[in-house]
Design a protein around this ligand. Structure first.
Ligand SMILES: Cc1cc2nc3c(=O)[nH]c(=O)nc-3n(C[C@H](O)[C@H](O)[C@H](O)COP(=O)(O)OP(=O)(O)OC[C@H]3O[C@@H](n4cnc5c(N)ncnc54)[C@H](O)[C@@H]3O)c2cc1C
Length: 401
């Protein structure tokens, strides 16, 4: 009898998992996707949206046509609870049964942890949706028109998605320099990491020195081991008493996994990230797989201020492929592949140049470590962004590293 596989989420993790499952399983089994957002957003392009370098319309497209062409059933719904005993995901509009579940719901943003944080109830901008990026872009434009001020980019305590604040600091700096107004603005970067280039991975070789030099050359001030005390309309106050003028700020918050998994004994950790073994399957509920940001990964070592482990889009794509392979292996009695054996490949953009970083395994000591700087990596990132969107829309082979 055919099995039903339910994929929650349709971003990097869910989109790729569903397509791989369809390819590996043929037409015999059902692949269903339920996601809260009918649009795929290429999140790595959002810093360019903030800087006015990319049209927001070009970083999104609907997922349903591509799923339909691949005989994948799609529904837009917000899952509020998963009951792994009953093999059910409960949404606002319906209940979805499954034989196998792929949790690819990413994260929820914990703005409430810090007074005044966030773009809706607080006074900092964010860059996790097109709407947020456009709000930040408009606020930045208004500040530039005003002619002078302080621009703050930061990673809050507990944050794990650390790259975008680095990118934003350097991209915005490059924009100001190009417009010959760099001297009118102070740029301050702060991070929960113990040093620049820690990235929640325990460091990335010589990247620490490279970033210190880069920030010195660009006149970007930075603070490490930073913890925000509070944010108001007027200022961002760090623990220790430093007060920074809040003319414009983008701060990356800590993440939750998803409230739908919280409190289900054995399924998720207390912050709602799914627990999984080396094969990406939950130890208590082995028919539940987790990929991408939804997966719990413990930090390699404690840090003075909490820093989470980043899960990049590239890592998420690899996990999606491996989870799909392992579900197919479960169903077809095949051999499973170790899902957590992955490294990271990332291009951190800096506006007029970029850094290519690659490490395997994720945490030191490593078998491979590459970090290089060059304008060609900026061009490569632009080309990859266009190609990835075309893959999602038209079914070109997805780039996999
Ligand atoms: C600004 C920015 C820049 C980045 N730059 C890079 C980069 O340069 N390179 C790189 O590799 N990575 C980058 N990343 C990271 C990358 O975007 C993430 O790793 C990737 O999006 C993770 O994919 P995911 O599928 O796990 O989760 P997400 O992308 O967060 O997607 C979650 C999905 O689940 C759905 N969902 C959420 N909750 C529910 C619910 N309750 N019910 C149903 N559906 C739900 C959402 O609608 C969405 O479809 C960047 C991220 C950001 C924010």
């Amino acid at each position: 009898m055919g099995k039903g596989i339910l994929v929650l989420g349709s971003s990097f993790g869910g989109f790729n998992a569903a397509l791989h499952l369809r390819k590996l399983l043929g037409g015999e089994h059902d692949v269903n996707v339920v996601s809260s957002d009918p649009l795929f957003t290429f999140l790595p392009s959002l810093p360019w949206v903030v800087a006015g370098m990319t049209d927001p319309a070009g970083v999104q497209c609907p997922v349903e046509p591509r799923f339909r062409n691949n005989e994948i059933h799609y529904a837009t719904d917000v899952i509020v609870r998963v009951d792994p005993e009953k093999h059910e995901a409960v949404g606002k509009n319906g209940v979805y049964g499954y034989d196998y579940l792929v949790a690819a719901t990413g994260s929820e943003l914990d703005f409430d942890a810090i007074s005044g944080l966030g773009p809706y109830k607080g006074f900092t901008h964010a860059v996790f949706t097109v709407e947020q990026a456009v709000m930040a872009r408009d606020a930045l434009r208004a500040l530039l028109e005003k002619g002078s001020g302080t621009i703050i980019l930061g990673n809050a305590q507990g944050a794990s998605c650390l790259g975008p604040a680095y990118e934003l600091a350097m991209i915005i700096e490059a924009v100001l320099r190009k417009r010959r107004i760099r001297n009118k603005f102070r740029i301050v970067f702060f991070t929960n990491e113990p040093h620049l280039g820690h990235f929640g991975l325990g460091g990335f070789g010589a990247m620490t020195g490279m970033l210190e030099d880069e920030f010195a050359d660009r006149g970007i001030e930075y603070r490490v081991n930073a913890k925000i005390a509070s944010v108001t309309k007027e200022q961002v106050e760090l623990e220790g008493g430093e007060k920074l003028p809040n003319d414009f700020s983008i701060v990356v918050p800590a993440f939750y996994g998803n409230h739908a998994y919280m409190g289900v004994e054995g399924l998720a950790n207390p912050r709602g990230f799914i627990l999984a073994d080396d094969y990406l399957a939950n130890p208590k509920y082995p028919n539940v797989y987790a990929v991408g940001v939804a997966l719990a990964i413990a930090p390699p070592a404690p840090t003075p201020v909490p820093v989470g482990v980043p899960k990049t889009g590239q890592m998420t794509d690899v996990m999606a492929m491996k989870a799909a392979h392992n579900i197919a292996a479960d169903i077809q009695n095949g051999k499973k592949t170790r899902g957590k054996d992955f490294g990271v490949v990332c291009i951190a953009d800096a506006g007029d140049t970029a850094f290519l970083m690659s490490a395997n395994p994720l945490f030191p000591p490593r078998n491979r470590l590459i970090h290089k700087k060059g304008v060609y990596f900026h061009w490569l990132k632009e080309a990859l962004a266009k190609y990835y969107m075309a893959s999602v829309k038209y079914g070109l082979p997805m780039p996999t590293f």
